[in-house]
Write a protein of this length. Sequence first.
Length: 173
Amino acid sequence: MGCKFIVACCHILRQCSRRIHNRASKQFAEEVLKAHNDYRKKHGVPPLKLCKKLNRGAQQYAEELAASRVLKHSSESANGKCGENLAWASYDQPGKDVADRWYSEIKNYSFQHPGFSSGTGHFTAMVWKSTKKMGVGKASASDGSTFVVARYDPPGNVVNPGYYEENVLPPRK
């Protein structure tokens, strides 16, 4: 009887732990989404919506990054299946801080000479006008550092003539 009770307690604790983790993940994703949409509003582009499928993929990839402790873009991003922003910090990073860091690349972007550069890709992905949905994942590594993955659909940062002019609008005054 004692073993059955312990097994039952472990099962209940595992279920509670999953629910707490899922609630925290959803709260984090909503915080990142809100920051994105606040910035997108400044640029006069439509708000993004969270997508469960993108959330699942972003969470799974964040967990892979945390396990390997290597920050690199996914094959889905490299193949153009989704846009992707990544972040790493040695501490538990709040969602707004992650979005603020990505958006801060606006200082390096030239609206007079629009286009892709490695120093502005996070910013341009955030405000890309034709992007409609996003997903967010966050995972902690064994050393306490955190990895954040944001995925975008349709992906931005498309290097075709006129695409940056059409999709990366200057902030409204």
